[in-house]
Design a protein. Structure first.
Length: 489
């Protein structure tokens, strides 16, 4: 049977001319650059802006004060503006802005202030828009050593899917969240763009075809934009970034009418000690940790470990072991080559001369017993029962630009693994979370084994399979060894 090509989705028509009135903000006239934005997304954003009281002109004119672009460099938009002025004969000196300014303005319900000389707009202290005539600073890309590098054209689609996954998680829909997460991972792994015939299969059965087409063709959808601008999503995202606050707590606060960090303080909301520390150091804990900072903390802990137990080791895990230049926290695995010698090691580290640099700490004992047998497959948080210390370190950062007080708070997890379980702990704590989930799913479905951060158990042989390294774990599973730098998808 011959394949019948799918009909291409009709592109949205160009947005109609702007309303005759000047809207709620007469001094602001927007023009959206269609290049790389797409006609359908441009039409949707135009409709959204007008609903918020903004005036949006269909074409560039002398009245335009703000030119908004997406996925274009400063030089590209500057050339576009020159071409428009030549064709339309329009003058003016509009601000050339990144789409992030538009998104923030829609969320605020008003034009947000443009920083500096009126020609650039910064989002917080991290991401800054470009200035006309220059190229924007490069966006960090996945490690070049990744087995499946991300194509630049699909980055926006990945972000959209990850937003939907996050929102589904906030709503308690774990299955839907996982479907979006897997779809984003598929896009990350592909070397090029998908065709219309491939997109439904590639995104997976958990997503609708229409949503998949929107995301893949335009990098966004109406649903994604609504999620980003919804009060609940923005509030849940704010609260779940507090150390010690999960989805349930954040949702309860939202239902109580709490919307900001200031609200939490003014209402004297009851907080755990961990949440109090998270709120106190909120800004620092949501600032990326650089690799050099993580390595510095690793050396600090190594010194304390060696003083108490010579021969013990400290291994940097998590995203930094996968080759990432920055992360949200620092994961350190502690062990000793002689079984049982690691006992008491964690307490010694926390009571070392560096203890004065620990702003917060909460320890839990090892609750894993090998004779109990394997547990059902699941995520790291469910299966990991090592002795560990959740802590916040005070890291000295003198000489760093912007570090006026000379230090910053950094989240650090210290995990003690007996030497016999260390390879499994190293595999589990290296991640990524999605890689680990899929690896454990493969072990269960294809090999009838249970893999967690402590052991590998063969259910057919009723036998625990020992391993002295990560490579041996992959051998037991009948898989080619995947280096840490290739586990980012």
């Amino acid at each position: 049977m011959a394949l019948v090509p799918l009909k291409r989705r009709r592109r949205a028509p160009s947005p109609p001319a702007g309303p005759p009135d000047t809207g709620r903000f007469p001094a602001v006239v927007l023009c959206l650059v269609e290049k790389r934005m797409g006609a359908s997304r441009r039409a949707f954003l135009t409709q959204l802006a007008r609903a918020k009281g903004f005036r949006v002109d269909r074409a560039y004119s002398a009245a335009v004060t703000h030119v908004v672009s997406e996925q274009n460099s400063g030089n590209e938009v500057a050339r576009w503006l020159e071409q428009q002025q030549e064709e339309c004969g329009a003058g003016g000196d509009p601000a050339l802005l990144d789409i992030s300014w538009f998104t923030e303005s829609m969320g605020a319900g008003r034009p947000v202030e443009i920083e500096g000389d009126g020609k650039c707009w910064g989002l917080g202290r991290v991401r800054v828009s470009w200035v006309p005539g220059t190229d924007p600073p490069p966006t960090p890309l996945p490690s070049s050593s990744s087995r499946c590098p991300t194509g630049g054209d699909s980055a926006l689609s990945q972000e959209a899917l990850e937003t939907l996954a996050e929102e589904a998680g906030f709503s308690g829909s774990e299955g839907r969240s996982l479907a979006f997460t897997r779809a984003a991972s598929v896009l990350k792994a592909l070397p090029g763009q998908l065709s219309a015939l491939e997109e439904g299969q590639a995104l997976g059965s958990g997503l609708s075809l229409s949503l998949g087409q929107d995301v893949l063709e335009d990098g966004v959808s109406v649903e994604v934009e609504r999620v980003k601008l919804s009060e609940r999503y923005r509030t849940m995202k704010l609260f779940t970034k507090i150390f010690g606050v999960g989805v349930r707590t954040a949702s309860r606060w939202y239902q109580e009418g709490i919307r900001t960090l200031v609200d939490l303080q003014e209402r004297n909301t009851k907080l755990t000690r961990q949440q109090q520390a998270g709120l106190q150091h909120y800004e620092d804990l949501n600032t990326p940790v650089e690799r050099g900072e993580a390595e510095s903390i690793g050396r600090m802990v190594q010194e304390a470990v060696q003083r108490f137990l010579p021969g013990a080791s400290v291994t940097l895990a998590g995203g930094f072991r996968r080759g990432k230049p920055r992360g949200h926290d620092v994961d350190l695995l502690l062990t000793h080559p002689e079984a049982g010698r690691e006992a008491g090691l964690l307490s010694a580290v926390c009571l070392s001369p560096h203890q004065g640099l620990i702003l917060y700490q909460h320890s839990q004992e090892n609750s894993f017993a090998l004779h109990e047998g394997p547990e059902p497959p699941g995520g790291r948080d469910v299966l990991d029962r090592f002795e560990r210390c959740f802590s916040i370190f005070r890291l000295e950062v003198q000489g760093r630009p912007g570090a006026a007080r000379g230090w910053k708070a950094v989240r650090v997890d210290l995990v003690v693994a007996p030497v016999g379980q260390f390879p499994f702990a190293l595999l589990g704590w290296t991640g990524s979370r999605h890689f680990e989930r899929e690896l454990r799913r493969f072990a269960g479905h294809e090999r009838k084994m249970v893999l967690n951060s402590h052991t590998l158990y063969d259910t057919r042989l009723n036998l625990f399979l020992p391993a002295a390294s990560e490579e041996e774990i992959f051998q037991h599973l009948g898989l080619e060894y995947v280096p840490p730098t290739q586990r980012n998808a």
